[in-house]
Design a protein around this ligand. Sequence first.
Ligand code: ADP
Ligand code: MG
Length: 237
Amino acid sequence: RQTEEQEVRDLESSAAQFVVPDDFKHFDQLPISSRTKRGLRKAGFTEMTDIQSRTLPLSLKCKDVLGAARTGSGKTLSFLIPALEILYRKKWGSTDGLGALIISPTRELAIQIFEVLRKIGPFHTFSAGLVIGGKDLKQEKDRLARMNILVATPGRLLQHMDQTWGFDCSNLQVLILDEADRILDMGFSKTLNAIVENLPKSRQTMLFSATQTKRVKDLARLSLQDPEYVAVREAEH
Ligand code: ADP
Ligand code: MG
Protein backbone atom coordinates (compact mmCIF):
# COMPACT_ATOMS: atom_id res chain seq x y z
CA ARG A 1 0.00 0.00 0.00
CA GLN A 2 1.23 3.44 -0.91
CA THR A 3 2.10 5.59 2.06
CA GLU A 4 0.87 9.16 2.24
CA GLU A 5 4.48 10.34 2.01
CA GLN A 6 4.86 8.57 -1.33
CA GLU A 7 1.52 9.85 -2.53
CA VAL A 8 2.50 13.46 -1.87
CA ARG A 9 5.74 12.92 -3.76
CA ASP A 10 4.00 11.29 -6.74
CA LEU A 11 0.97 13.56 -7.09
CA GLU A 12 2.71 16.49 -8.72
CA SER A 13 4.36 14.40 -11.43
CA SER A 14 1.25 12.32 -12.06
CA ALA A 15 -0.74 15.53 -12.49
CA ALA A 16 1.95 17.01 -14.76
CA GLN A 17 1.97 13.86 -16.93
CA PHE A 18 -1.77 13.27 -16.79
CA VAL A 19 -3.32 12.41 -20.14
CA VAL A 20 -7.10 12.63 -20.29
CA PRO A 21 -8.44 9.09 -20.90
CA ASP A 22 -11.19 8.39 -23.45
CA ASP A 23 -13.75 7.45 -20.85
CA PHE A 24 -12.89 10.37 -18.58
CA LYS A 25 -15.85 11.12 -16.34
CA HIS A 26 -15.24 10.06 -12.73
CA PHE A 27 -13.50 12.09 -10.04
CA ASP A 28 -11.64 8.88 -9.16
CA GLN A 29 -9.80 9.11 -12.50
CA LEU A 30 -8.16 12.38 -11.52
CA PRO A 31 -4.57 12.59 -10.27
CA ILE A 32 -5.67 13.75 -6.81
CA SER A 33 -5.07 12.64 -3.25
CA SER A 34 -7.03 9.85 -1.64
CA ARG A 35 -8.06 12.38 1.02
CA THR A 36 -9.86 14.45 -1.59
CA LYS A 37 -11.27 11.37 -3.34
CA ARG A 38 -12.71 10.14 -0.05
CA GLY A 39 -14.18 13.58 0.65
CA LEU A 40 -15.85 13.71 -2.76
CA ARG A 41 -17.24 10.22 -2.28
CA LYS A 42 -18.54 11.05 1.18
CA ALA A 43 -20.25 14.16 -0.21
CA GLY A 44 -21.89 12.05 -2.91
CA PHE A 45 -19.96 13.30 -5.95
CA THR A 46 -18.97 10.64 -8.47
CA GLU A 47 -19.20 11.95 -12.05
CA MET A 48 -17.70 15.25 -13.14
CA THR A 49 -19.66 17.95 -14.93
CA ASP A 50 -18.24 19.35 -18.19
CA ILE A 51 -16.58 22.38 -16.67
CA GLN A 52 -15.00 20.14 -14.04
CA SER A 53 -13.64 17.52 -16.45
CA ARG A 54 -12.29 20.21 -18.76
CA THR A 55 -10.62 22.50 -16.23
CA LEU A 56 -9.38 20.06 -13.56
CA PRO A 57 -6.65 18.41 -15.70
CA LEU A 58 -5.29 21.91 -16.40
CA SER A 59 -5.62 23.44 -12.94
CA LEU A 60 -4.09 20.32 -11.36
CA LYS A 61 -1.08 20.97 -13.66
CA CYS A 62 -0.83 24.32 -11.88
CA LYS A 63 -1.93 26.29 -14.94
CA ASP A 64 -3.86 29.52 -14.66
CA VAL A 65 -7.39 28.90 -15.89
CA LEU A 66 -10.30 31.03 -17.02
CA GLY A 67 -13.41 28.88 -16.84
CA ALA A 68 -16.73 30.05 -18.20
CA ALA A 69 -19.91 28.04 -17.77
CA ARG A 70 -23.47 28.86 -16.84
CA THR A 71 -24.75 29.05 -13.28
CA GLY A 72 -25.36 25.60 -11.85
CA SER A 73 -22.72 23.89 -13.99
CA GLY A 74 -20.46 22.96 -11.07
CA LYS A 75 -17.81 25.65 -11.02
CA THR A 76 -17.30 25.42 -7.25
CA LEU A 77 -15.66 21.98 -7.31
CA SER A 78 -13.64 23.08 -10.35
CA PHE A 79 -11.64 25.36 -8.10
CA LEU A 80 -11.99 23.80 -4.63
CA ILE A 81 -10.40 20.51 -5.70
CA PRO A 82 -7.21 22.14 -7.07
CA ALA A 83 -7.04 24.48 -4.07
CA LEU A 84 -6.97 21.47 -1.72
CA GLU A 85 -4.58 19.53 -3.93
CA ILE A 86 -2.03 22.30 -4.42
CA LEU A 87 -1.76 22.85 -0.66
CA TYR A 88 -1.72 19.12 0.06
CA ARG A 89 1.17 18.57 -2.36
CA LYS A 90 3.10 21.33 -0.60
CA LYS A 91 2.33 19.70 2.76
CA TRP A 92 0.73 22.93 3.87
CA GLY A 93 0.51 23.16 7.64
CA SER A 94 -0.60 25.37 10.47
CA THR A 95 2.57 27.50 10.39
CA ASP A 96 2.48 28.16 6.63
CA GLY A 97 -0.27 30.75 6.82
CA LEU A 98 -2.68 31.66 4.07
CA GLY A 99 -2.24 29.33 1.09
CA ALA A 100 -5.46 29.71 -0.87
CA LEU A 101 -7.77 32.70 -1.19
CA ILE A 102 -11.20 32.50 -2.79
CA ILE A 103 -12.97 35.73 -3.63
CA SER A 104 -16.72 35.65 -4.09
CA PRO A 105 -19.09 38.53 -4.89
CA THR A 106 -21.59 38.09 -2.04
CA ARG A 107 -21.74 36.79 1.51
CA GLU A 108 -24.33 34.20 0.54
CA LEU A 109 -22.17 32.78 -2.26
CA ALA A 110 -19.09 32.83 0.00
CA ILE A 111 -20.98 30.83 2.63
CA GLN A 112 -22.09 28.33 -0.03
CA ILE A 113 -18.49 27.84 -1.19
CA PHE A 114 -17.36 27.41 2.41
CA GLU A 115 -20.01 24.73 2.94
CA VAL A 116 -18.91 22.80 -0.13
CA LEU A 117 -15.33 23.05 1.09
CA ARG A 118 -16.37 21.57 4.42
CA LYS A 119 -18.27 18.80 2.66
CA ILE A 120 -15.37 17.63 0.50
CA GLY A 121 -12.53 18.55 2.86
CA PRO A 122 -13.11 16.57 6.08
CA PHE A 123 -10.08 14.32 5.51
CA HIS A 124 -7.70 17.24 5.04
CA THR A 125 -6.19 19.09 7.98
CA PHE A 126 -6.26 22.67 6.66
CA SER A 127 -7.92 25.43 8.61
CA ALA A 128 -10.48 27.40 6.64
CA GLY A 129 -12.49 30.53 7.35
CA LEU A 130 -14.87 33.11 5.98
CA VAL A 131 -14.15 36.84 5.58
CA ILE A 132 -17.55 38.32 4.97
CA GLY A 133 -17.90 41.07 7.52
CA GLY A 134 -20.30 41.41 10.37
CA LYS A 135 -17.93 40.83 13.24
CA ASP A 136 -15.52 43.37 14.68
CA LEU A 137 -12.61 43.81 12.28
CA LYS A 138 -9.94 43.64 15.00
CA GLN A 139 -11.43 40.56 16.57
CA GLU A 140 -11.65 38.89 13.18
CA LYS A 141 -8.01 39.60 12.39
CA ASP A 142 -6.60 37.19 14.98
CA ARG A 143 -8.80 34.39 13.72
CA LEU A 144 -7.76 35.03 10.12
CA ALA A 145 -4.07 34.88 10.90
CA ARG A 146 -4.39 31.17 11.56
CA MET A 147 -6.25 30.26 8.37
CA ASN A 148 -4.83 28.26 5.45
CA ILE A 149 -7.84 28.79 3.19
CA LEU A 150 -10.11 31.83 3.17
CA VAL A 151 -13.34 32.53 1.35
CA ALA A 152 -13.87 36.28 1.20
CA THR A 153 -16.00 39.04 -0.21
CA PRO A 154 -13.92 41.80 -1.88
CA GLY A 155 -14.94 44.74 0.30
CA ARG A 156 -14.29 43.04 3.60
CA LEU A 157 -11.01 41.56 2.42
CA LEU A 158 -9.68 44.95 1.32
CA GLN A 159 -10.75 46.44 4.65
CA HIS A 160 -8.37 44.03 6.33
CA MET A 161 -5.59 44.70 3.85
CA ASP A 162 -5.94 48.45 4.45
CA GLN A 163 -5.53 48.19 8.22
CA THR A 164 -2.23 48.77 10.00
CA TRP A 165 -2.01 45.08 10.85
CA GLY A 166 -2.15 44.38 7.15
CA PHE A 167 -2.97 40.92 6.06
CA ASP A 168 -0.22 38.42 5.54
CA CYS A 169 -0.67 37.02 2.04
CA SER A 170 3.05 36.70 1.36
CA ASN A 171 2.87 32.91 1.17
CA LEU A 172 -0.25 32.71 -0.98
CA GLN A 173 -0.15 29.90 -3.58
CA VAL A 174 -3.63 29.94 -5.07
CA LEU A 175 -6.01 32.80 -5.88
CA ILE A 176 -9.54 32.09 -7.06
CA LEU A 177 -11.89 34.72 -8.42
CA ASP A 178 -15.35 33.16 -8.49
CA GLU A 179 -18.35 34.61 -10.30
CA ALA A 180 -15.99 37.22 -11.72
CA ASP A 181 -18.69 38.75 -13.90
CA ARG A 182 -20.85 39.39 -10.84
CA ILE A 183 -17.93 40.81 -8.88
CA LEU A 184 -17.47 43.34 -11.69
CA ASP A 185 -21.21 44.00 -12.08
CA MET A 186 -21.34 44.87 -8.41
CA GLY A 187 -18.73 47.58 -8.91
CA PHE A 188 -15.81 45.81 -7.25
CA SER A 189 -13.37 46.28 -10.11
CA LYS A 190 -11.12 48.76 -8.30
CA THR A 191 -11.35 46.82 -5.04
CA LEU A 192 -10.31 43.68 -6.84
CA ASN A 193 -7.35 45.36 -8.51
CA ALA A 194 -6.21 46.71 -5.14
CA ILE A 195 -6.46 43.22 -3.64
CA VAL A 196 -4.58 41.55 -6.48
CA GLU A 197 -1.79 44.15 -6.19
CA ASN A 198 -1.23 43.01 -2.61
CA LEU A 199 -0.70 39.38 -3.59
CA PRO A 200 2.49 37.56 -4.55
CA LYS A 201 2.97 37.25 -8.32
CA SER A 202 4.21 33.67 -8.24
CA ARG A 203 0.77 32.30 -7.37
CA GLN A 204 -1.60 30.16 -9.44
CA THR A 205 -4.83 31.97 -10.34
CA MET A 206 -8.19 30.60 -11.43
CA LEU A 207 -11.02 32.80 -12.63
CA PHE A 208 -14.54 31.47 -13.01
CA SER A 209 -17.47 33.26 -14.52
CA ALA A 210 -20.94 32.53 -15.88
CA THR A 211 -20.34 34.86 -18.80
CA GLN A 212 -17.34 36.07 -20.77
CA THR A 213 -17.73 39.81 -21.08
CA LYS A 214 -14.96 42.16 -22.18
CA ARG A 215 -14.54 43.27 -18.59
CA VAL A 216 -14.03 39.67 -17.46
CA LYS A 217 -11.35 39.25 -20.12
CA ASP A 218 -9.70 42.51 -19.03
CA LEU A 219 -9.65 41.25 -15.46
CA ALA A 220 -8.18 37.96 -16.68
CA ARG A 221 -5.39 39.81 -18.47
CA LEU A 222 -4.61 41.62 -15.25
CA SER A 223 -4.71 38.70 -12.85
CA LEU A 224 -3.86 35.54 -14.82
CA GLN A 225 -0.58 34.44 -16.36
CA ASP A 226 -0.67 32.68 -19.73
CA PRO A 227 -4.10 31.23 -18.92
CA GLU A 228 -5.94 28.31 -20.45
CA TYR A 229 -9.43 29.32 -21.59
CA VAL A 230 -12.24 26.84 -21.09
CA ALA A 231 -15.75 27.77 -22.10
CA VAL A 232 -18.59 25.28 -21.85
CA ARG A 233 -21.29 26.23 -24.29
CA GLU A 234 -24.96 25.91 -23.43
CA ALA A 235 -25.50 23.13 -26.00
CA GLU A 236 -22.95 20.93 -24.23
CA HIS A 237 -25.04 20.69 -21.10
P1 ADP B 1 -21.94 27.05 -10.36
O1 ADP B 1 -20.95 27.63 -9.42
O2 ADP B 1 -21.39 26.77 -11.71
O3 ADP B 1 -23.19 27.87 -10.43
P2 ADP B 1 -22.15 24.99 -8.36
O4 ADP B 1 -20.75 24.66 -8.16
O5 ADP B 1 -22.80 25.86 -7.34
O6 ADP B 1 -22.40 25.62 -9.82
O7 ADP B 1 -22.97 23.62 -8.52
C1 ADP B 1 -24.36 23.62 -8.80
C2 ADP B 1 -25.02 22.38 -8.21
O8 ADP B 1 -24.53 21.21 -8.85
C3 ADP B 1 -24.74 22.19 -6.73
O9 ADP B 1 -25.93 21.79 -6.10
C4 ADP B 1 -23.71 21.09 -6.69
O10 ADP B 1 -23.80 20.33 -5.50
C5 ADP B 1 -24.06 20.27 -7.90
N1 ADP B 1 -22.87 19.60 -8.47
C6 ADP B 1 -21.70 20.17 -8.79
N2 ADP B 1 -20.85 19.28 -9.31
C7 ADP B 1 -21.49 18.11 -9.32
C8 ADP B 1 -21.14 16.77 -9.73
N3 ADP B 1 -19.95 16.52 -10.26
N4 ADP B 1 -22.05 15.79 -9.56
C9 ADP B 1 -23.26 16.07 -9.05
N5 ADP B 1 -23.67 17.29 -8.64
C10 ADP B 1 -22.80 18.29 -8.78
MG1 MG C 1 -20.79 29.43 -8.44
